[in-house]
Ligand binder design. Structure first.
Ligand code: IVH
Length: 674
């Protein structure tokens, strides 16, 4: 039986171990254990914290999911001003910078450190006695916003410091760095938002800024933020660093995620580093907009000091922007699957960073107004985040005299229905129930890989089917014939046959795919899966209450409302019924048909170190078992953790099979989850 002091020591050991593996995984990208092994450690810690809630401090790694939402961010006055950097753009700028330093210091050659200039947001973090206690945005350099709860959700940021190599935990440490989103994470984030019918982020920087400033940390926890640190602020109990390099190495021994850096000697050294990083910028997993050059020697830095808001010892050597100017030939409105109207600029084709760009998104009405882009304007376009080209700015001097501001349509340009603002006010949507533009997108989504996976039914064909009037609802897809298909432009007999075969094959599907295919706003693949588990039969959703839906895993109040309204809508019920009538058969999620838990009644008692009660229940149910609250002759097993009391006694009296935690975990592991 464990006691509090034992549990406390074990929790500490687990936190240290988890921090170590987090660092290996998120910072070094070289894990030493499997995800399953990591989960086991995490579960053991959760078990201890459940038993002894006083152990569940905010800096426990179990708390990364995000704490309570706030009304507003508090203000933080920085202990020392957060400086910014002067920019240089060319070799002349570099020469001036380097010469000035030589003159001021009287040295003939100076050692520098070069770091990627991360394109994110500056933040300051404070650790007290090794615990992460405060994190703030830069703000105006003097005062920033308290975003501690949001920063806690970033997995690569240690909540507690466990130094190695015999280094002592500093009494008070302030570190500064950058919050950003990796290119790959950005791509996935936008893909998910598109799937869920939400507006897309223009670039990783905007996505990072928006994510960090969420009032609900649970939202931030769902965003893939990364962090790199590159400087220290006023601290206590630190060793004296001779160089910036020593400082960065020291931060590494504390287990902190430190920015990349390389040494450079004199202006020539810097030039070489600049050429290397300019060539390598696209290969980096994150966006950089330049290279930061810093004097390495800390003593020299102090002597050099600062001018107004930037230090004399550092400079940002910017990369030439991947921007070009071109002309806006037209502004069009695109209608998405969920009816969102997105303004798109049609451009005179121009090469930006090696890629020809002929369209750029203007995101939404507010953005369009803010930038005041008009037909005929000369604009700068930038390839942002390697994904969506965007318009940076208009060149006012080149605006044609007769130019008129673009007026956002009040009605859908495709079906003519009224266009109305969303609840959150940013997106304007077509309200037409049978809008063909929405229908094309809906059909495409219905046929997409994670939905009914109808091979050959892409963008072009969806448009043809809708505009020819052959498809007015999803169910019409199942009534298509070879003859009707062959009436479409460029549709041969063979392709028609192939398409019909894949449509026919898509009838046998799963409830998860089926729910996803309906294109309900906010319902991506993961939500569809959770919904399918809770509602294995689609028609039970017609009568499900808002409360029933809110109980589904990860479904928040806004999402629950949208889902509830969707299934209440008679038109949607008709569509679903028509699909079922057309022979579409969504199989419920598989329930285990074999294994020790199928059809069994299990009672849980006492506490388990490795598994919380709720999780144990979920795992048993997934394996086809039922969890009951009290022991009777009908009970098949009792799982007895520590401190099991009367239920264990009753089980012994009745001769019910008793499992200890280890035996139970082995049984779980031996059976696959349904
Ligand atoms: S050092 C006193 N290092 O660039 C020096 N800044 O324009 C403080 N930045 O506000 C900054 N990467 O947000 C430094 N490796 C790096 C950086 C970096 C990006 C940002 C930072 C700063 C801005 C200055």
């Amino acid at each position: 039986m464990d006691t509090f002091p034992k549990a406390e020591a074990r929790a500490r050991a687990l936190r240290q171990e988890l921090a170590h593996h987090n660092h290996r995984y998120y910072v070094l990208d070289s894990p030493e254990i499997s995800d399953a092994q990591y989960d086991t450690l995490m579960r053991e810690l959760q078990g201890l914290e459940e038993k002894y809630p006083q152990l569940a401090t905010p800096d426990s790694p179990t708390q990364r999911v995000g704490g309570a939402a706030v009304e507003d961010f508090g203000q933080v006055v920085h202990s020392a001003q957060m400086l910014s950097l002067a920019n240089i753009f060319d070799d002349e700028g570099l020469q001036e910078f380097e010469e000035r330093i030589r003159k001021l210091t009287g040295l003939t050659q100076v050692g520098f450190v070069c770091e990627p200039k991360l394109d994110g947001l500056a933040i300051a973090l404070r650790y007290e006695d090794g615990r992460f206690v405060l994190g703030a945005t830069r703000g105006d350099g003097t005062t920033g916003e308290d975003v501690t709860s949001n920063l806690r959700t970033i997995k690569s940021l240690p909540l507690e410091l466990f130094p190695h190599d015999g280094v002592k935990v500093p009494k008070r440490l302030e570190v500064r760095g950058e919050i950003f989103i990796r290119k790959e994470d950005f791509r996935k984030l936008n893909e998910k938002r598109e799937e869920e019918g939400e507006s897309l982020f223009a670039n990783p920087r905007n996505a990072a800024a928006g994510s960090l400033r969420q009032l609900d940390p649970k939202e931030t926890a769902a965003r893939p933020l990364s962090i790199y640190l590159y400087e220290c602020g006023p601290s206590e109990g630190l060793p004296t660093f001779k160089t910036h390099t020593d400082k960065l190495e020291y931060l590494k021994t504390l287990g902190l995620p430190v920015n990349h850096y390389k040494p450079a000697l004199g202006a020539d050294g810097i030039r070489q580093r600049y050429d290397e990083s300019l060539k390598g910028r696209h290969a980096l997993p994150f966006e950089v907009d330049g290279m930061v050059v810093k004097v390495d020697d800390e003593d020299l830095r102090r002597r050099l000091g600062q001018v107004s808001k930037s230090p004399r010892w550092a400079v940002a050597y910017k990369f030439p922007p991947e921007e070009e100017s071109t002309e806006v030939q037209d502004i069009g409105i695109q209608v998405g699957r969920t009816g969102a109207l997105t303004p798109v600029a049609h451009l005179k084709p121009v090469k930006v960073g090696g890629v020809t760009v002929s369209r750029a998104t203007l995101h939404n009405e507010d953005e369009l107004r803010r930038k005041d882009v008009r037909r005929g304007d000369t604009v700068f376009v930038r390839r942002a985040g390697d994904v969506i080209p965007e318009i940076v700015s208009v060149v006012p001097s080149k605006r044609p005299k007769d130019s008129q501001p673009f007026t956002f349509p009040t009605h859908c340009p495709v079906c003519g229905a009224l266009a109305a603002k969303d609840e959150d006010g940013a997106i304007i949507r077509c309200t037409g129930a049978s809008c063909p533009a929405q229908l094309v997108e809906k059909v495409r989504h219905f046929a997409s890989r994670l939905a009914l996976d109808i091979e050959g039914l892409g963008d072009k064909l969806a448009t043809q089917l809708v505009t020819s009037g052959q498809v007015k609802t999803f169910a019409d897809l199942f009534a298509l014939t070879k003859e009707s298909l062959m009436k479409l432009e460029r549709m041969g007999e063979k392709s028609a046959e192939n398409l019909l075969a894949s449509i026919a094959g898509s009838r046998n599907t799963t409830q998860r795919r089926f729910l996803y295919s309906l294109g309900i706003r906010h319902v991506g693949d993961a939500t569809a899966r959770a919904l399918a588990e809770a509602f294995p039969q689609v028609k039970t959703l017609f009568t499900a209450s808002l409360e029933d839906i809110s109980r589904v895993k990860d479904v928040g109040p806004v999402m629950a409302q949208v889902i509830h309204t969707f299934f209440q809508e008679p038109q949607n019920q008709v569509t679903i019924q028509a699909l079922l009538d057309a022979g579409v058969t969504p199989a419920p999620p598989e329930v285990a048909t074999g294994g020790p838990f199928v059809g069994k009644t299990v009672v849980l008692t006492g506490t388990m170190a490795g598994l919380a009660r709720e999780q144990a229940k979920e795992e048993i149910e997934r394996r086809g078992g039922k969890v009951a609250g009290s022991v009777s002759r009908k009970t098949d097993f009792v799982v007895a953790g520590d401190d099991a009391g009367s239920k264990l006694k009753k089980a012994q009296e009745l001769g019910v099979r008793i499992l200890d935690e280890q035996a139970f975990l082995r049984m779980l592991e031996g059976t696959a989850r349904a």
